[in-house]
Design a binder for this molecule. Sequence first.
Ligand code: ZN
Length: 472
Amino acid sequence: MLFHSRYDKTSFQKKAGFYSIRAFLIIGLICMLLTKINVNAAPRVQDTGDKVVIVIDPGHGGENNGTTENGVLEKSMNMTTALAMYEELLKYEGIEVYLTHTDDIDMSLMERAEFASSKDADFLFSIHYNASVNHNLFGSEVWIPAFPPYNAYGYQFGYLHMQKMQEMGLFNRSVKTKLNSKGDEDYYGIIRESAALNIPAVIIEHCHVDEERDFQFCDSEEDLITFGKADALSVAKYFGLKSTILGVDYSDDAINLQEVQENNRVHSTMKDETAPDLCMVTLLEKDDDTGLITLEISAADYDSPLIYFDYSIDNGHTFSKLQPWPKSDALNGTYQDTFEFELQIPSGMQPNIIVRAYNLFDGVTESEKLPIWHIFRYGEQYERKPVTDTTITTDKKENKLPGTTSFLPAVSDETEEEVPENKFLLFLKICIIIVVFVFFIALISIVVSNVKRRRRRRQRRKDSGRRIDQRR
Ligand SMILES: [Zn+2]
């Protein structure tokens, strides 16, 4: 019916429609062009003079080693990367570069900021390597000032640099701020002290030295130098520098900086104080012959993106290594809210599944327990059982998922005798027996009390008027 009415239009209506479509297209095109201009060439909000002055701060030094996890000495790693960054930046024109220190000395955060101020620095970059309390986090992050206008400067640099880190294969933990307990100042001293002297400062945490997936990015001197060069490249791009030696020119508008407003905080950089709002796990499929189960994991956080998950198959006693959350884009705040996940249950185990979802600020939410009422039996130790008409397929690729090894309960060869196949059924049987028994007892007591009552009545009739104590 709808189609008919369209064909019945007069020619005037048709013309009017044609013109409005044309106007719509033209307006659309103008809008597209405007957006394109904005997206491709968002200007750097930080204003600098003709010459850019950069101070590089190798984190820690002297008595302060930084992290020493995994046998590393963070202060030395920071120095190697900072020196490489310094040397690389010297290849550019229109820049002055300084290091807060080159010797292994103690230097307070205020002294570092004052040094930058004495050089009239446009920006301070503090170079670090990370480690986490539970040694489970991995990825790269940039900490920036929380307050305007430095928040905007830090965000434009951080966004650019995190893209570079991601390109190098590092996991993206994005660009963030952290406040003190009162919430009125930056938590990190170097950022706070620098901001007090009107210098934007950021902390580059390249990767985690205590996590194996990250450690491979920083376990050699070449790696540390590679990070220094990458840091320098982002600085050159951010400030639109040129280098004749390197044959590069970043001074044109091709550098894509994020659109920000100098006096507004970038919302995504503000700490999400709450854990993810939701985390659920359901069983989709299980294969008794291979021990493979398929789970559906759903989670949501309305304030910040989800970046990791981990899981337990032994009722929360042990958890897997952290896994990257599927399609998590920490920089742009997106992630896939539901996904399927396949995992292998070791033979001889009755799993109790728990999944945990982690947001960008490491807030964690645990799912409800998902018990699977089944003991998985497969593999070599069960091959000796008499095989009837159906062939038992044995999967030798046990524990093929990363992180499942820690769950392996040793399945001894002595578990030959029959074990009740289903604990739940056994439990149900016991319950039924108890109920029947209680019912039977109740019935007997009713019958007995009835008999007694009748006997008493008969007795009363016999000895009319006489009172006899009740016997029990
Ligand atoms: Zn550090």
